[in-house]
Write a protein that binds this ligand. Structure first.
Ligand SMILES: Nc1ncnc2c1ncn2[C@@H]1O[C@H](COP(=O)(O)OP(=O)(O)O)[C@@H](O)[C@H]1O
Ligand SMILES: [Mg+2]
Length: 305
């Protein structure tokens, strides 16, 4: 929620790079035009995926294990290139990859894209601050990233980001001493400092308890509401998708089988989409009963396909 970013009297003080310029000019944060991805002779992990995500949308990527969620997210930041000749991905109007070839300016494009994973991906032996500062490494001179010497201004920016999400007191602890939920929030602080306009999150709460799940998801929601950050979040559970996202893109066996409002995700609808695999998406839902109602008024409307 918004208060997560205003704790400690730092409301509005987080330096967010390009995000301060939001709302963003380009209508589409993501355009995927006919992407297929095959891993070594197997059946395709992604089959002719076509989708658009408007800037400012919150999109859940849903699907059973192995349906292609991670592969799609990895293609969206060019950690994976699609099959040769298989379409194009654009981010904010710029080509990221086309026909299986990654754009030469991929580094500059990636600067606007924050990525978080289930495993948090922090360097455990380094202080939380240093981890957050790596969000600036892409724009810092090489010597600075190598030596770990960041300007005072950068440090202030990182500390601001940590304080704004309630992790100020932990800033100088080793990352490994934080709880899972705190580590994921620190990873989000890194994205904030990076100034990302698009956040790709791959099962960001899959290994968290219900309370940490709620805090992390609330934080992601507040990034969207306060900075207009576009969110594409793969989730294992329908309940979270319904609660936090306006739109869902559902995958099955590498194909896109549904793109529309999350309100459509009734158990019967899921059964129709996934058959018995629907149980995996509905089962073990974290704290479904305690779900706070979400204030969605005034947010950009989802673009259902
Ligand atoms: N690096 C890889 N090498 C070979 N096969 C892979 C690789 N990554 C993913 N796959 C395969 O692609 C399919 C989709 O996987 P993935 O995108 O990880 O699905 P999800 O994230 O929905 O669980 C699976 O069949 C998986 O085994
Ligand atoms: Mg995955």
């Amino acid at each position: 929620m918004a208060e997560a970013l205003s704790r400690g009297g730092h409301e509005g003080s987080v330096a967010c790079g390009d995000m301060s310029l939001s709302p963003i000019g380009e209508a589409f944060a993501v355009r995927v035009q006919g992407i297929t991805k095959t891993f070594g002779g197997q059946r395709p992990a992604l089959r002719d995926i076509r989708l658009d995500v408007r800037a400012g949308e919150r999109v859940a990527l849903l699907g059973a294990s192995g349906s292609g969620k991670s592969t799609l997210l990895r293609c969206l930041c060019a950690l994976e290139s699609a099959d040769a000749g298989s379409g194009r991905i654009e981010l904010f109007g710029r080509t990221l990859q086309e026909g299986g070839r990654v754009a030469s300016d991929v580094r500059s494009l990636r600067r606007g894209v924050g990525i978080i994973f289930q495993q948090f991906n922090l360097v455990g032996r380094l202080p939380v601050m240093s981890n957050v500062l790596t969000g600036l490494a892409a724009e810092a001179p090489l010597w600075r990233s190598l030596t770990g010497r960041f300007a005072l201004e950068d440090r202030a920016r990182a500390l601001d980001a940590l304080e704004s999400i309630g992790l100020g007191p932990q800033a100088f602890q080793r990352a490994s001493t934080l709880s899972g939920g705190q580590q994921q929030r620190a990873a989000i602080a890194r994205v904030l400092v990076q100034g990302a306009r698009l956040l790709l999150a791959d099962e960001p709460v899959a290994s968290l308890d219900p309370e940490s799940t709620r805090r992390v998801m609330d934080l992601l929601e507040s990034l969207n509401q306060r900075f207009g950050m576009t969110l594409v979040i793969s989730l294992h559970h329908v309940g979270l998708a319904r609660r936090y996202c306006d739109r869902v893109i559902a995958l099955r066996d590498g194909g896109l089988v549904f793109d529309g409002p999350t309100s459509a995700l009734t158990p019967a609808f899921l059964q129709g989409l996934y058959g018995t695999a629907a149980e995996e998406l509905i089962a073990d839902e974290p704290d479904a009963a305690e779900a706070p109602s979400r204030a969605l008024a005034g947010l950009p409307q989802p673009q259902a396909a």
